[in-house]
Design a binder for this molecule. Structure first.
Ligand SMILES: Cc1cc2nc3c(=O)[nH]c(=O)nc-3n(C[C@H](O)[C@H](O)[C@H](O)COP(=O)(O)O)c2cc1C
Length: 379
């Protein structure tokens, strides 16, 4: 029975070949931040008031032009096609069905155009800024044309984290070891669901830009790695602000100072995130920056957050400390790997139920009633 994220994770570990599970699961270096991201929620405990009528509850929230039925978005994750054929489409449809947001990665397997026809939910696009400004601009134009309601610029993966769990399966970049190949052969179900329908998944958004020598095999990944703009800075973000007139969020912000700079630049919000512990090991959980950041930016600036959220109670703690909504990463990847679209739908339904139940038990009828006084900090 798959009741919670522990069950999903265990099942995903069984159904995925080791190299694919490591890709989803891994963090940087010693994975201290990965562990800290999940442990940090215990620092706050609820102090629930009683005897308040919370029989009618409303979880809706609005972020820019996007009306969400609950304060959740699917986090952008690259290369989901390695988990299951059409995993991006499944995640997008399940999000639309629940009326929550879906953020498509630059390095998704499906292209922007392919996801534009999947459901009517709020669709956002996550941009990695590439060295080639024309390509970057073209990605922005494609997102506009496809009706994406917001642009999320990720700024924390300019230098890739050291993910050793991942590396153990490769002889050299992109070349799986014999052991990893033998392990794949022990997962015929995954082969049937993932590789057999259409071969190795690619990077749908990048295909139009690939030079001839990168068109074959894992060429797109090599192209992408060579194209990350390592000079990315606040001027680049100001340029992007000029190109995209809709809601703009900067993802991967971890300090109050940077949040204030994003606000001055004219961004509509930030995603406080340490990339799920996949980048700089030893970095702090964004939960520990949240209250101070909210205090610094005031009420109207949007604060989204991710990294380590596994339960509805985690989400409610973030909302009480000032977040507008939460992005979910790995739990939904486990879900799509285990049971496809139907399992993502069930996982989202469970998460929404958990948020709703927590609100009820705190005597709150809406997200606006959540506030820091409902929490006691252990530290
Ligand atoms: C397999 C995987 C791929 C990811 N790919 C991207 C990506 O392409 N762009 C991005 O901005 N973040 C990416 N992230 C980070 C997520 O958007 C998000 O910040 C993180 O997963 C949140 O932590 P959680 O997994 O603990 O929920 C990825 C994360 C994972 C696990």
């Amino acid at each position: 029975m798959m009741l919670n994220w522990h069950d999903l994770r265990q099942r995903a570990q069984r159904v995925l070949p080791a190299f694919a599970f490591s890709y989803v699961e891994g963090g940087a270096d010693d994975e201290k931040t990965l562990a800290h991201n999940m442990a940090v929620f215990d620092r706050w405990q609820f102090a629930p008031p009683v005897l308040k009528d919370s029989s009618q509850r409303d979880l809706r929230c609005t972020l820019g032009n996007s009306a969400l039925s609950a304060p959740l978005l699917v986090a952008p994750t690259g290369y989901n096609g390695m988990l299951r054929y059409q995993a991006d489409q499944m995640l997008a449809r399940a999000a639309a069905k629940h009326g929550i947001g879906h953020i498509q990665s630059t390095v998704s397997t499906a292209s922007i155009e392919q996801l534009a026809v999947e459901g009517n939910g709020p669709r956002w696009f996550q941009l990695y800024v590439l060295k080639d400004r024309d390509v970057t601009l073209n990605l922005i134009e494609r997102a506009k044309k496809a009706g994406c309601e917001a642009l999320v610029v990720s700024v924390d993966a300019v230098h890739f984290g050291n993910r050793e769990r991942d590396k153990r399966h490769y002889l050299r970049p992109m070349k799986l070891s014999l052991k990893a190949m033998a392990n794949i052969a022990c997962h015929p179900g995954w082969l049937r669901r993932t590789l057999i329908p259409h071969g190795m998944p690619g990077f749908g958004n990048l295909t139009p830009y690939l030079p001839a020598e990168y068109q074959k095999g894992m060429g797109a990944a090599a192209y992408f790695a060579s194209q990350m703009d390592q000079t990315l800075n606040w001027q680049t973000l100001a340029w992007i602000r000029q190109q995209w007139h809709g809601p703009l969020y900067i993802k991967g912000i971890m300090t109050v100072e940077d949040t204030l700079l994003a606000q001055q630049l004219g961004a509509d919000g930030v995603v406080l995130s340490n990339h799920g512990g996949r980048q700089l090991d030893g970095s702090i959980s964004p939960m520990l920056m949240l209250a101070a950041t909210r205090q610094a930016v005031g009420e109207d600036f949007t604060l989204l957050i991710d990294s380590g959220f596994r339960r509805g109670t985690d989400v409610v703690k973030a909302l009480a400390l000032g977040a507008n909504a939460v992005l979910l990463g790995r739990p939904l990847l486990y879900a799509v790997a285990c049971g496809g679209e139907a399992q993502v739908e069930r996982t989202l339904a469970t998460m929404i139920q958990e948020i709703d139940r927590t609100l009820a038990q705190l005597g709150c009828c809406s997200l606006q009633e959540l506030h820091a006084e409902l929490l006691r900090s252990r530290h």
